[in-house]
Design a protein around this ligand. Sequence first.
Ligand SMILES: [Zn+2]
Length: 456
Amino acid sequence: MSVVLGDVIHPDQTCGIPGRKITDSLVLIRDTICYARDRNIRLIVLNLDFEKAFDRVSHQYLFRVLQKMGFPERYLEWVGLLYRDISSKFMVNGQLTKAVDLHCGVRQGCPLSALLYVTCIEPLAQVLRRDKWITGVGIPGSGGEHAKCFLYMDDINILCTDLSSLDRALNLTDDYGLASGSKLNRGKTQALFYGPWAETDKTGLPLTINTTDIKILGVKFDREGEGTKNWPDVLGKVRQRLGYWGLRGLTMEGKVLIIKAEREPVSPVRGLAIGEPTTVWRNVNHPALPNRLRDLSWMTAHEILPVRSVMHSRGMGANPTCPRQGCGAHETVRHVLWECTAAGDQWAMAGSLQFPYLPAGEVLTAQLVLYGVSPKKVPPALFQKQWLTLSAIKDAIWTSRNLLVRKRMLIPPVAVIRMAAATLKVVVAAGGRPRTQPQRSLASVPIRTWEPEPHN
Ligand SMILES: [Zn+2]
């Protein structure tokens, strides 16, 4: 569908169509505001807000639009498999209700939904674009083109130059709602006036009139069309975030990751059964762990430990491969702490050194090691000791990996495990005061320096 959408959806819509970018809309809106400002032209920037936009799309309407746009019957049948004769049940106090037939809404999380929605909103965009009573801003040198309507998914922005355009746009949108099931939320629909308007022009309008700035596609535009107001918020968040993590001695890459993790959704742990995610999040923040081990658990569960494949996928490392000589696998979080042969040797060594609370080899799984999840029920007091042991060993494995990458030191498994034992001893000795930071100490084992590797 994405292959052909570009032919039927006007370039004003910049969402979901290959080759179009959200910044195209933003740049055009900014340029129009600046153009109007410099010439003292009256301009209204109107941002339409739809109530529960995706949930309200009428299926009947959706199929009529697809048909009208010329999608073949066969294709409609395929989409129909997802949307015709479907029902849902609700979970109320743990009980499922009777099935309810669904006649509206696009499916949440379905990759097709964005494209279907873009298709559904296009008729409204066409009406607004063509309507001769809505006057946009003439684009100089374009041969009569007007900047008028900008869409990003359900976010519709209209640029117009008089009050009757405003009225007209709102009324047409209401009409569209009657056909499609959508509902304009006038209370949340906003406008910002630029240029020589009288105060009386702005009173009594059936929408919110902003006086200082307007947020379009997540970016604040102020009265001058400038975007400087966006940065204090972002900087504040970054400062706050780094202030919190700053005490933990993060590397530069670590800091970048923390900030990026804040700006985008973090990956959930895969392959967990119902109820297990709760356990994971509880373990990540387990009161028995000192801060450094909590940080490690947190970054492990979020898969943002700065291993090479994570850094590589975020454009911060040239090479996603495990730094262990002869390994060659992608260095993922799971790899470094569990799957790598080096990790295997380290866990085997831990087993042979008999940590009193290390779970037996046959129950030691990746899920248990990484997230503290196992099908076997363990009493909380015992689990606390097991989890602390596992975390201390992971911490030592991660430290040895970092010594290898940064200092080219190859730490033998026995030394790694002694390091874990030392951490454990400090934490247990501090018992009841888990906020203390265990000292990191390298056991007195000969450490071989590895041959230099090109900088990662
Ligand atoms: Zn490896």
